[in-house]
Write a protein that binds this ligand. Structure first.
Ligand SMILES: [Fe+2]
Length: 317
């Protein structure tokens, strides 16, 4: 497993970039300038994402600045704290300090909008077609961004995953900044980016419940630009069942490229995938980056428990 150490020298602070025109295919100049800065600022290993904090509920200005710095560079940060008590309000209090207010409470979340991610037969068995909702099982979760089955007005822009208890073995997270996936795709073939920005690029079929349609079919783009911030949003799942890609060559090629990129056999300088295992007191905070989870085995006396909060806001500052 990765030995998580802070780099001995803190990197220079990074200001949020000017995103005007960057994600328009007609404006290659803006894209090139942004790309150059982005790639130069990339951490090369997961250690550089980690920020030690005394208490995520009460961050110092320096801790807050360090988290914002990581998020500005690569849309995510990992905090490491000695707070191992099961405090459901911890993610909410952490999020509020980063400007995250509007929680997305999905129907499997509890009333406070927090989803306790643990093996849970009740939640795990409620899945599509009698299958399992994989987050609530011990199975691996394929690459995705959160809320890919949501409509446009419920885009998940940020998330917090806080570890209360780790699995006895496995349960590692794989992470990739979705902006790096965009760069790899645009550098390889701009037509593929155009294909994945179409409103009908990727459709999640309707989910049938006992009384009929429990969730309407959800078609939408993979890449879209947030109107308020100009930031890139990615809506993605690597699942191959219960998903319909637009049936044309650029979309098929683009989807295959993203798959190869995430599975690791695409060359280039944007390989930025990170692997880490969250330990008790640690958590992931940032935008809705690409992520996956390995299967795990629980200690029955100390089963894995993560609290997840998802937000319609982006990180502020
Ligand atoms: Fe997820």
């Amino acid at each position: 497993m990765i030995d998580l150490q802070l780099p001995s020298e803190a990197p220079a602070r990074v200001a949020p970039p000017d995103l005007r025109g960057v994600f328009e295919l007609g404006d290659d100049g803006a894209y090139r300038r942004w790309r150059e800065v982005k790639l130069r600022q990339q951490p090369t290993d997961v250690d550089a994402l980690v920020v030690d904090v005394a208490d995520p509920r009460r961050l110092s200005q320096a801790e807050l600045a360090a988290l914002r710095d990581r998020i500005a560079r690569c849309n995510m940060a990992v905090y490491r704290s000695p707070v191992t008590a099961a405090d459901r309000r911890l993610p909410l209090r952490l999020g509020a300090q980063l400007g995250l207010q509007r929680l997305d409470a999905n129907w499997l979340a509890d009333e406070d909008g927090i989803s306790p991610i643990a093996v849970d037969a009740g939640r795990g068995d409620a899945g599509e077609g009698g299958g399992a909702y994989i987050p609530y099982t011990s199975r691996a979760i394929n690459w995705h961004t959160d809320g890919y089955y949501h409509p446009a007005q419920r885009r998940i822009h940020a998330m917090i995953l806080h570890c209360v208890r780790a699995a006895a073995s496995g349960g590692d997270n794989l992470l990739m900044d979705h902006e790096l996936a965009y760069i790899a795709l645009r550098d390889a073939e701009p037509r593929w980016v155009a294909a994945l920005m179409n409103d009908d690029a990727m459709c999640i079929p309707a989910r049938q419940g006992e009384g009929g349609v429990a969730r309407a079919a959800q078609a939408g783009p993979v890449f879209s630009v947030d109107a308020g911030s100009g930031a890139l949003h990615m809506r993605y799942t690597a699942r191959t069942r219960s998903i319909e890609w637009k049936d044309d060559a650029p979309t098929r090629e683009a989807a295959a490229f993203v798959r190869r990129l995430l599975d690791g056999d695409t060359d280039g300088d944007t390989a930025g995938r990170f692997a880490l295992k969250l330990q008790p007191g640690m958590g992931l905070v940032g935008h809705n980056v690409l992520h996956a989870r390995s299967a795990f085995v629980d200690d029955p006396g100390q089963p894995r428990l993560l609290y997840r909060a998802r937000y319609l806001d982006r990180v502020r500052g």
